[in-house]
Design a protein around this ligand. Structure first.
Ligand SMILES: Nc1nc2c(ncn2[C@@H]2O[C@H](COP(=O)(O)OP(=O)(O)OP(=O)(O)O)[C@@H](O)[C@H]2O)c(=O)[nH]1
Length: 327
């Protein structure tokens, strides 16, 4: 397993997190329930404790993480970002409160939280939609100076939707990740903008919801995506370029806020617009009921064929095969 060190961004609490994908093959075990209060901890240490033990109501179902690096953080003498050492109370609270059998290497970790912020009308060229804004706070793996570290981040997903009166399950839903280069600049290197348009056209006509996730470049961020493009200019495909970039995974996106958003909107099951088996798997693992999928195929162009081919090759599902046949 890749080693993770802990870095605390200014003004945020330090804590640790693994994506479920990194946990495959590991034993998992929960913390004793009922150990809820932060036992006299203050400030960031209290926040860190609460992040480990608070969680939202989906936490039990979907979050189990191995956090042995908390113990190594504590025992390695690493410091918080301001140079201070963790207090003894923090160390003993964490190691005393989390383990079920005396070993100190397994934790049950509730992930970040999602909140509804506001809703408005959204008149567009296509028609009039409704838009709902959310704020998600959680942890994200980032690469800093060549090392994988965890940072506390905020993301503001929005939902653009249309419905007759009330949603009837299963609702057509597109979970769409931000792509600044195609959606704003008109880049032809990928198919993201066309997929966005396709989904909005469908929703405008038949009803449904598009959840727009501000996670650029499959979660690696705009600057890293440009660096990946630079490597692709030299001949690598998307996946290899991502891997070569300081060890990013093929896909660093996270959909942890989606179950909350769907529940908040009264959507119990969805018809997911995607060609992406990874997305289907991730959402199902998070507890989303996927009644079916709608292929989301757009026409390749001369610039994105290699990208689409890499997408097909890197995914294990057959629903993508059509992508390259549609020319
Ligand atoms: N790292 C990297 N990200 C890219 C590249 N091209 C597009 N992206 C990002 O990829 C994301 C779109 O993911 P894809 O895997 O292409 O498609 P998807 O939306 O997950 O899958 P579908 O649901 O089938 O459309 C967006 O966040 C884009 O910014 C690239 O060459 N490198």
């Amino acid at each position: 397993m890749a080693s993770l060190s802990v870095e605390q961004p200014a003004g945020a609490a330090c804590f640790c997190w693994f994506r479920p994908a990194l946990l495959e093959g590991n034993r998992l075990r929960g913390i004793p329930m009922g150990v809820k209060e932060s036992r006299g901890l203050k400030g960031r240490e209290s926040t860190c404790w609460q992040m480990l033990h608070g969680g939202d109501r989906h936490a039990d179902r979907r979050v189990r993480a191995k956090l042995s690096h908390i113990s190594s953080f504590l025992s390695s003498g690493k410091r918080w970002m301001d140079g201070k050492l963790p207090t003894k109370t923090f160390a003993s609270t964490i190691s005393g409160g989390v383990c079920t059998d005396g070993s100190d290497d397994e934790f049950h970790y509730p992930e970040g939280s999602t909140k509804f912020i506001a809703e408005c009308e959204l008149p567009t060229d296509r028609g009039v939609f409704r838009m709902r804004a959310y704020r998600y706070k959680g942890a994200k793996v980032v690469i800093r100076e060549g090392e994988r570290v965890l940072e506390w981040t905020e993301m503001e997903p929005v939902v653009i939707y249309k419905q007759a009166k009330k949603f009837v399950d299963p609702v057509a839903v597109r979970v769409h990740d931000q792509c600044y280069t195609s959606e704003v600049l008109g880049s032809k290197r990928c198919d993201c903008k066309e997929q966005l348009d396709l989904a909005l056209d469908y929703i405008n006509q038949f009803g449904g919801a598009l959840i727009y996730m501000p996670q650029e470049g499959r979660g690696i961020g705009l600057a890293n995506k440009v660096a990946a493009y630079h490597l692709q200019d030299g001949g690598l495909d998307t996946v290899d370029a991502n891997r070569q970039l300081a060890g990013f995974g093929d896909d660093e996106r996270s959909y942890e806020c989606i179950p909350y958003i769907l529940e908040d909107m009264g959507i119990k099951s969805i018809q997911l617009m995607t060609n992406n088996p990874f997305k289907i798997r991730q959402l199902s693992e998070l507890g989303v009921t996927i009644a079916g999928t709608k292929p989301h195929v757009v026409k390749p162009n001369v610039y994105n064929e290699k990208y689409l081919r890499a997408k097909v090759m890197s995914r294990d599902g057959s629903c993508l095969v059509g992508v390259l046949r549609c020319r």
